[in-house]
Design a protein around this ligand. Structure first.
Ligand code: B12
Ligand code: SF4
Length: 295
């Protein structure tokens, strides 16, 4: 069945699929507890640790997790004020659609196949799943890196009640050059595969609460309206990577959000224009706040 799943993925233009076991993931529990103790949590993460390390708490009869990568690199551009992961169609939409199609193909073959699909919004730790299913390895910048597509890959997964053979972890990490640590404007990367996400500019651009002066200055000095790509852009593992083969990630690209436009349209109009874009989930006001700071 595993080979059939790989074949279906090929048909759907999903190059990288791996199988993760169902834990409980006790080694991850240690990392999560340590992060919470140190205050390295933003509030955007699922806060129930047990749910994060035990897929059975989300799907009682789960037997395997099918994990897929979705590369999104469509080239480097000079003048952009939003980060790469928001240039194209919202990945939540695309990944869900693709994984739904994959699940329907499997269901056709195995009638008792049950499944739950997640991308970004699930209880588990997506990067951990990508690592243990052998799809990529960790960078010091915290991102999962794939040899062909670099770290510009989204991660989606399917919990299923069918038992599949687990894949092996890749026995490597990034080359540890330290360039991401030196270039990170928020000094968020700690050099031991950990980070303080509250210092990460990406978080600051997405944070709802009012920004303090230090955060405002950080944004002003490193202008970005949504997200941050610096630690990935400087990474040598991202230098000779392939462009994504997923058309939706190469079409209808938006590189800039314009202050005058956002300032003059209503919240409703903002939603209408940008609801299928990953930068819109926090709403117009937050985008305007960031634009106001960097203008
Ligand atoms: C909250 C969140 C954020 C927060 C906090 C990030 C963080 N590092 O905790 C903020 C807003 C800062 C953020 C930023 C970004 N995010 Co984000 N985010 C998430 C989310 C929803 C939860 C992350 C989480 O649970 N963090 C808690 C820790 C435990 O998890 P983790 O970061 O995955 O940690 C792993 C490693 O860092 C490592 N690790 C951590 N500590 C230690 C310690 C040791 C000793 C070791 C060995 C390893 C290790 O192991 C952990 C477990 O495997 C996930 C989706 C999900 N549900 O998982 C997306 C996700 C991680 N984000 C993603 C993306 C694309 C980004 C950005 C690139 C977006 C951007 N361009 O601005 C940046 C990258 C910033 C960075 N350098 O990490 C992708 C990552 C894809 C990839 N290739 O890795 C994810 C997986 C979404 C997805 N499904 O595709 N994100
Ligand atoms: S995304 Fe930007 S601010 Fe966040 S860790 Fe990477 S370089 Fe630092």
């Amino acid at each position: 069945m595993k080979q059939n799943i790989k074949n279906y993925c090929r048909e759907l233009n999903i190059d990288y699929v791996g199988i993760a076991g169902i834990g409980p993931y006790y080694e991850l529990e240690k990392i999560l507890k340590d992060k919470i103790d140190k205050g390295y949590y933003t509030g955007l993460e699922e806060d129930d640790i047990q749910k994060r390390i035990d897929p059975r708490l989300t799907m009682e009869n789960v037997e395997s997790v099918i994990v897929c990568l979705f590369p999104y690199f469509s080239g480097n551009v000079e003048n952009t004020n939003i980060s790469k992961y928001t240039h194209s169609l919202d990945y939540h939409i695309l990944v869900k659609e693709k994984l739904e199609k994959l699940s329907k193909m499997i269901k056709k073959e195995i009638d008792e196949f049950e499944y739950k699909i997640f991308v970004d919004n699930g209880p588990l730790v997506d990067r951990y799943l990508a690592q243990i299913s052998g799809l990529g390895y960790f960078g010091i910048n915290n991102n999962i890196i794939n040899d062909e597509y670099g770290s510009y890959v989204f991660i989606g997964y399917i919990m299923t009640n069918i038992k599949l053979e687990k894949d092996d972890i890749l026995d490597k990490t990034c080359i540890n050059c330290g360039e991401c640590i030196r270039k990170c404007p928020g000094e968020a990367l700690l050099g031991n595969f950990e980070m303080d996400p509250k210092k990460c500019l990406s978080f600051i651009t997405q944070k709802k609460d009012e920004l303090n002066n230090e955060e405002k200055n950080l944004l002003k000095n490193n202008p970005t309206v949504f997200g941050c790509d610096i630690c990935q852009d400087v990474c040598p593992h991202n230098k000779k990577i392939n462009i994504t083969g997923i058309n939706e990630f190469k079409e209808k690209l938006i590189y800039n959000i314009d202050y005058d436009e956002i300032n003059t349209i209503s919240n409703k109009e903002f939603k209408r224009r940008y609801r299928d874009r990953a930068f819109s989930w926090r709403g117009r006001k937050l985008i305007l706040r960031n634009l106001d700071i960097i203008k």
